[in-house]
Design a protein around this ligand. Structure first.
Ligand SMILES: [Mg+2]
Length: 436
């Protein structure tokens, strides 16, 4: 195992951020001077679990974040700091109901079948004012702003700072663009092993927010920050490879449906289709998420988000798109999805499909926005967080795959979140109920 103390000396690292992501996706950390990293690498950094979004009480013992040295990222804009993703431990055991531990459990299950899961994520975000209630760029007003060069280049300083960082970290960034909503951007880097992609996803969100702050603006991954604009998706591209990573097991050029997918890929897809409604509680985890999926038409003419459980070829109006041979793109997740839980959910559902040979049904090739009736009989996605939480709670296959500890903790905390939301009176309620 790499010795972080030695690495600190060799790379000039003065501090380490030992960080973890809680069940609601909040990134938390301790800033540890290099002199203390030797002990922390073995014992972990201590945290009070109750203070984060984890199902714990103040009576629980200390929780420890044990850093994974393979996740080390020397922060490009502060090279004296090394960022580390940590796994949570308590009482000498890994905390099952914690996101990174949950993803590692799924990867182990995949490994046991000889599979190596590779993923890529597309994290959309808005650049807003500091309060987050208006776009940062008041000139960004086109009704179809996707790929708008003028608006993209007005934000060149911050986009360049982010992309330069990814280049330095050798993530293989390859394109940056203005997305479909005013003020919205997306940056893409190479796909990789699922855990590496998840760690990078966590760091990407931190990086984008931090570098935006340095430019006196705010970056948000909120699923639907503006009602009339396209929301922030977080699409994932998924493929399963053999152990060495040399052979794509999803690839079959002789696929009769001409999507270039193997039987393994269809089984995996069948698992996603089978579990999609329950997975929505993980993939679309906030009250706000449901304003993106099932959303009304936006100013640009499309929401770019699904409302039914369907798959297709290279057609963006369905929940699952097969853009190329040997992989598929899952378009359900939004910017609030927990980077570890979303991948744990994908793999858990996919493996459930493989174990049970779940049929995904036939692909649909209609325009789902204009002619949804052509996918008659397709399952609908939940309309709100409450329905989604209840479906997750009842899902036998996800309970088997992800474990009762995780599902119970997640359902409990999200249900509290829902109750907190419903306790608030909205202006809409007043306007529509005062004269009842
Ligand atoms: Mg996009």
């Amino acid at each position: 195992m790499p010795d972080l103390s030695k690495i600190a000396k060799a790379k000039g690292i003065e501090y380490f951020l030992i960080s973890f992501v809680d069940l609601f996706g909040v990134l938390r950390a301790k800033l540890v001077p290099a002199r203390a990293i030797k002990g922390m690498q073995q014992e972990g950094a201590g945290f009070a679990g109750f203070a984060a979004w984890l199902d714990m009480t103040p009576a629980h013992p200390d929780m420890f974040g044990v850093p994974d040295p393979d996740s080390l990222i020397q922060i490009p804009w502060q090279p004296e700091i090394g960022w580390l993703a940590a796994d949570l431990w308590m009482d000498g055991k890994e905390v099952e109901a914690s996101p990174r531990v949950a993803l590692k459990k799924q990867l182990k299950a995949a490994e046991a079948k000889g599979y190596r899961v590779k993923t890529g994520v597309e994290c959309e975000y808005f650049l807003t004012n500091i309060k987050g209630n208006k776009l940062s760029d008041l000139r960004d007003t086109q009704s179809k702003p996707c790929y708008d060069q003028q608006a993209l280049m007005r934000r060149y300083p911050v986009i360049k700072a982010i992309c330069d960082s990814m280049l330095e970290l050798e993530w293989g960034p390859y394109q940056n663009d203005h997305e479909d909503a005013n003020g919205q951007f997306e940056m893409n880097w190479d796909y990789d092993d699922a855990l590496k992609t998840a760690d990078r996803h966590v760091f990407f969100k931190y990086m984008v927010k931090t570098l935006a702050e340095q430019h006196d603006i705010r970056a948000t991954f909120m699923p639907k920050p503006f009602a009339d604009l396209t929301g922030n998706g977080c699409h994932a591209h998924v493929s399963v490879w053999n152990k060495t990573g040399a052979k794509n097991l999803f690839l079959d050029k002789k696929d009769k449906q001409e999507l270039g997918l193997s039987k393994l890929a269809y089984d995996f897809l069948g698992g996603i289709i089978h579990n999609a409604e329950a997975l929505t509680a993980i993939f679309n985890p906030t009250v706000n998420s449901y304003k993106r999926i099932n959303g009304a038409l936006t100013r640009s003419g499309a929401t770019w988000s699904p409302n039914t459980v369907t798959y297709s070829g290279n057609n963006r109006t369905h929940m699952i798109r097969v853009p190329d041979d040997g992989r598929f793109e899952l378009r359900l997740m939004d910017g609030a999805a927990n980077p570890y839980l979303m991948q744990a959910g994908i793999i858990a559902a996919g493996l459930d499909g493989v174990y049970n040979e779940r049929p995904p049904g036939k692909p649909h090739h209609n325009n789902m926005y204009a002619e949804p009736e052509k996918a008659k009989g397709a399952k609908k996605l939940p309309l709100n967080l409450l329905d989604a939480i209840r479906l997750l709670d009842k899902s036998k296959s996800l309970r088997t795959a992800l474990g009762d500890d995780l599902i119970d903790a997640y359902v409990k905390l999200r249900m509290q979140d829902w109750h907190d939301y419903t306790a608030h009176l909205s202006e809409w309620e007043r306007a529509n109920t005062l004269d009842c």
